[in-house]
Each structure stands twice: as structure tokens, then as C-alpha cells.
Design a binder for this molecule. Structure first.
Ligand SMILES: Nc1ncnc2c1ncn2[C@@H]1O[C@H](COP(=O)(O)OP(=O)(O)OP(=O)(O)O)[C@@H](O)[C@H]1O
Length: 308
């Protein structure tokens, strides 16, 4: 148990009904364990419950039921230690326009009770590339600079766990690359990273483990490699020498003719061998100019799991 950064058991959240809306269960008994030292992806379609989960971790939403242990500290029994163990970079840049980045970092450190002698303001300005903007008003910062300042704010109390809620939504490639460089470096130094993202390719590249939430339930939680391995569908794309139609296909193999004339065959590797497809094509009198195969990616796995 002690090896886990986060242990969530039976977590339930029902938002109370209002005059205009019915009660809504956003988390429906979530069990989730995040190993220490991992880069852990939390994925799910819109409205799945990710923000609710993160807001519970941040102490912004009160859970209805269940237990949350952050770095071994129960959120109810040890609220101070559990809060001190986690830093959260929120989705929205909720910055006070009249604070400078230096001021923002100082206030945040104060909120977390970091003594003046232990504050890392200059180091965080440097880390987030804001050293020359330390004394500028937040309202004069670009969107990218504001995001970086949010990262700095999440780190003021040197937490063991960093949570990034959609850190790269709407940011340009340069900032995205910079954020990921930071995240990898912090992870190399031992920090556990939990992130939500809508970019599945990004999750596939960054995360060693991924949980998928749908309708308030965890429907998958595995290493990225195992998740990718669970779909055994593969697609073979054949470019014929001459314009050709799709040959007749047996059950278990589906085919599509692309606009550029390529023929794509999708099959299950556990049931069909690649040479069966090649023979099928050759027996139909099609001579093959080029062949390539496509593996399923995280998007395929995600769609397969969340389709219901
Ligand atoms: N304050 C609230 N009051 C009532 N219902 C809420 C509240 N916040 C969220 N919900 C509902 O709870 C469900 C889960 O929402 P949540 O924001 O946690 O999902 P999400 O996975 O973060 O989605 P997104 O990716 O769109 O941010 C949704 O149906 C949402 O409408």
C-alpha cells in the first residue's frame, strides 16, 4: 500500500438536485490506485467524471462516499498532510490579474504554509521560463505564460504528486513540448504525475499507465502497453500495381478501397495470418506494389471501450 501515490476506494460523488437540475452521480464507486513514480493518464469522454475526481483530490469538491489516500495520508483523517502531498495545475488560468508572477507564487507558498526561508520563488520562475516576467502584472502575460505560471503555482510546496488537468488544451506546439519536457524531468526526479488529456496520442506517448473513466466508473486501468495490446485488430494496406477492386473476403476480414486505390484489410491477428491476406490478394490476380500494416492505437482502444 505504501508504494502507491494515490489510493481511491469506493469513491462516489452525487451532485445534489437544484430547482432546475436533477441530482447527478458523477462518480459511481471508483477504485483507483496510482503507483508512486508513474506518469499516470486519466482519460474519459466529456462528462465522464475526471474533473470531479481531480476537484475532490484538490479539496474543491466534497465526496459523497469512499476514501481517498494521498501519499499514504487519508484525506479525512490527515487533511493537512494529504493536501501538502499534492499539487494541482488546473484547467483554467484562474490568476489574479493584479498579481505579478512573483507575487502569485509567494501568495500560493503562503497558503501552503511554506516558510519564507524555504520558498523557491526564483527557482520556479526560472523553471517555468518566467524569470524576466517575474515582476510583470499577470494580465500582461500571454496565455502560454499564464499556463506556465499555473505549473509553478502547483509546485510551490514541493509536492510528491503533480496533477495536470488538460495541461495542453489549446496550447501551441512549442509550449506543449516545453511542458512535457518539464513533466518528464520532474518525473525523472521522482515526482508522480497524474494527467488528464483529450489528446490520446499524447497519453500514449507520455503515460506508463492509463485509467479510462466512463459514466463515473473506471472501465480500464492498465499499463499503456497492455491496453494497446488488448486489441488484436490490425490493418494491412496494399497498394496494387494496377487499379483493382477488392477481392471477395471471407468472414473475419473486412476490406475498404481508399480513394488513392489502396486496399485496406482489417483482421484479427489471433484468427488470421498476414500471409492469408497476401494470398487472397494474389489469387485475385492483383500484383502488389507496396504493403504496410497499421497497429491499433490508443484511440482505437478508447473508442472500443467507451462505445457503449
Ligand atoms: N457542480 C456540478 N453540479 C451538478 N452536476 C455537475 C457539477 N459538476 C459536474 N457535474 C456533472 O457531473 C458529470 C461529470 O462531470 P465532470 O466535469 O466531472 O466530467 P469530466 O470527465 O471532467 O468532463 P470534461 O472532460 O468535459 O471536463 C457531468 O454529467 C456533469 O454535468
Amino acid at each position: 500500500m505504501a508504494d502507491n501515490a494515490l489510493e481511491i476506494t469506493g469513491l462516489r460523488k452525487t451532485y445534489a438536485a437544484t430547482k432546475r437540475t436533477e441530482a447527478k452521480t458523477a462518480l459511481n464507486g471508483v477504485d483507483l490506485v496510482v503507483p508512486r513514480g508513474s506518469i499516470f493518464g486519466l482519460l474519459g469522454p466529456n462528462g465522464a467524471g475526471k474533473s470531479t475526481l481531480i476537484n475532490i483530490l484538490a479539496g474543491l469538491v466534497t465526496k459523497t462516499e469512499g476514501s481517498v489516500r494521498i501519499w499514504g495520508f487519508d484525506q479525512d483523517e490527515n487533511p493537512r498532510q494529504s493536501r501538502a502531498s499534492i499539487g494541482i495545475m488546473p484547467q483554467e488560468p484562474n490568476l489574479d490579474p493584479f498579481f505579478t508572477p512573483r507575487g502569485s507564487l509567494d501568495v500560493q507558498a503562503g497558503l501552503y504554509g511554506v516558510p519564507k526561508s524555504q520558498r523557491r520563488t526564483d527557482e520556479l520562475l526560472e523553471l517555468t521560463g518566467l524569470s524576466d516576467k517575474g515582476d510583470a502584472y499577470a494580465r500582461s502575460l500571454s496565455g502560454g505564460m499564464r499556463r506556465r505560471l499555473l505549473l509553478g503555482k502547483a509546485l510551490v510546496h514541493s509536492p510528491q504528486i503533480l496533477v495536470l488537468d488538460e495541461p495542453t488544451a489549446g496550447v501551441d506546439i512549442e509550449l506543449r513540448n516545453m511542458l512535457w519536457q518539464h513533466v518528464r524531468r520532474l518525473n525523472d526526479e521522482g515526482m508522480t504525475i497524474i494527467l488528464t488529456t483529450h489528446y490520446l496520442e499524447e497519453a500514449e506517448q507520455m503515460c506508463d499507465q492509463i485509467a479510462i473513466i466512463n459514466h463515473g466508473n473506471v472501465i480500464a486501468n492498465d499499463t499503456t502497453a497492455n491496453l494497446l495490446g488488448q486489441l488484436d485488430a490490425k490493418t494491412m494496406v496494399i497498394t496494387p500495381d494496377m487499379p483493382s477492386d477488392l477481392p471477395a473476403l471471407p468472414a473475419g476480414i473486412s476490406g475498404v478501397k481508399h480513394d488513392n486505390g489502396a486496399l485496406a484489410f482489417t483482421y484479427n491477428t489471433s484468427k488470421t495470418r498476414a500471409d492469408e491476406i497476401l494470398s487472397l490478394v494474389q489469387n485475385a490476380g492483383i500484383s502488389i506494389k507496396d504493403v504496410r500494416t497499421q497497429q491499433p492505437d490508443l484511440e482505437d482502444v478508447f473508442l472500443d471501450l467507451t462505445r457503449s
